[in-house]
Design a protein around this ligand. Structure first.
Ligand SMILES: NC(=O)c1ccc[n+]([C@@H]2O[C@H](COP(=O)([O-])OP(=O)(O)OC[C@H]3O[C@@H](n4cnc5c(N)ncnc54)[C@H](O)[C@@H]3O)[C@@H](O)[C@H]2O)c1
Ligand SMILES: [Zn+2]
Length: 367
């Protein structure tokens, strides 16, 4: 059955592991969305207790003709559950239902469900096919694309995982209607990030359409998801395993991760911390000579208009530095930052601690 819902498509080019990202409204309920998947008898939809009542039955019905059995597993909701005991519930379900190595896993939810389901797919019987059905803006523009999968460890976020590509990513824009406003803003942080690091024309477009996106205008969100996926596809196609270029997607993340872990995970959303982290990274870029004051002000104003915080919590500069030294990108204790070397282009580099302290003094609340 062909896909009937109107949609756009972006291809991730990775040789024989290439796959399409389909973007449109109503895709997850359209059986045609799944036409190109490999034949299998069983599917397992992995979702959570928040998303399941909203979308699981629609997806299940759309898969009913293709698979002899479609099982649904509801995990508890939250970043705190992105760990091995919850991951094991996926293996319990797969084994309990007698799922074979052709079983297709469907990750229905935000980045937490996507990262965990992807890792389960990478390891069950040494690898089964999986499909990303992202239902948050953050997952649609970032986490569902590119094949990074992981769970957290008490000693570090995303520390246990694998590179494992999905067969298909289905960005159903209609799911964004039920997203809480804070989560929408958090996703906008990852949309904004693509501008300064790669595409200044996209930054202009985001500026002109930020109010429309905050108001969930479908056409504006559709373009934001498509252009974000195109940029991510280009970067991942060149550097799947993050040996170089892919690291620029972490713009704002070195500072952001410090905020997240310094406050305790869950206090600020990931996208909120990244929004504020981009303000800090832009300030650092200015001090290193890559951008001017006007650029920093422009980006800061945009992040604020997206509903994101632009003033960092008062953790103290030494605590920030300590947290950033354990970041995955650090090498031999030297903190590596993604900085803008000219508008629309980013590089990874170190910076003197004294300069980072100045940035933190300027960007953080006074304790
Ligand atoms: N793999 C990657 O490349 C990558 C990239 C960025 C982030 N991540 C990971 O993604 C995770 C964050 O993802 P997230 O921001 O999507 O968070 P999330 O998965 O926790 O989702 C946010 C909240 O929204 C709820 N939700 C999801 N879809 C909904 C909908 N349509 N309507 C109403 N509620 C809905 C969820 O149940 C949850 O409560 C983090 O664990 C992060 O490490 C991974
Ligand atoms: Zn991020």
């Amino acid at each position: 059955m062909p896909l009937s819902a109107p949609h756009e498509s972006v291809e991730i080019q990775l040789g024989d592991r290439s796959y399409p990202i389909l973007i449109g409204s109503g895709l997850l309920g359209d059986p045609g969305s799944f036409a190109a998947l490999p034949a299998a008898t069983t599917a397992l939809i992995v979702t959570n207790t928040t998303v399941a009542p909203l979308y699981a039955q629609t997806l299940r019905a759309a898969l009913a003709n293709r698979f002899r059995a479609v099982h649904v597993l509801e995990l508890p909701d939250g970043e705190a559950y992105k760990e091995w005991q919850t991951l094991n519930l996926v293996f319990d379900a797969l084994l309990g239902h007698g799922c074979d190595r052709k079983t297709v896993l469907f990750a229905l939810g935000g980045g937490v469900v996507g990262d965990m389901t992807g890792f389960a797919a990478a390891s069950y019987m040494r690898g089964v096919p999986f499909v990303q059905v992202p239902t948050t803006l953050l997952a649609q523009v970032d986490s569902s694309v590119g094949g990074k999968t992981a769970i957290n460890h008490p000693l570090g976020k995303n520390m246990i995982g694998a590179f494992y590509q999905p067969r298909l990513v289905l960005c159903d824009l209609s799911t964004l209607a039920t997203l809480p406003p804070r989560e929408l803003s958090a996703g906008l942080a990852e949309v904004i990030k693509y501008g300064p690091i790669h595409d200044m024309a996209f930054l202009d477009w985001i500026e002109a359409n930020i109010d429309a996106m905050v108001a969930r205008d479908p056409a504006a969100l559709a373009h934001a998801v498509k252009r974000s996926c195109e940029i991510k596809a280009e970067v991942v196609g060149q550097d799947e395993r993050e040996t170089g270029l892919r690291a620029i997607l972490n713009f704002g993340h070195t500072f952001g991760h410090a905020i997240e872990s310094g406050l305790g995970y869950g206090e600020w959303l990931h996208g909120e911390a990244v929004g504020c982290g981009m303000v800090m990274a832009a300030q650092l870029s200015q001090r290193l000579g890559g951008v001017d004051e006007a650029f920093v002000q422009r980006l800061t104003a945009l992040i604020r208009r997206a509903g994101l915080p632009v003033v960092g919590p008062a953790l103290g500069a030494e605590r920030y530095l300590e947290l950033m030294r354990v970041d995955k990108k650090s090498e031999a204790g030297e903190i590596r930052f993604v900085v803008i070397d000219k508008p629309g282009s980013a590089v990874m580099r170190g910076a003197p601690d004294a300069m980072v302290r100045e940035v933190l003094a300027q960007c953080c609340a006074k304790s």
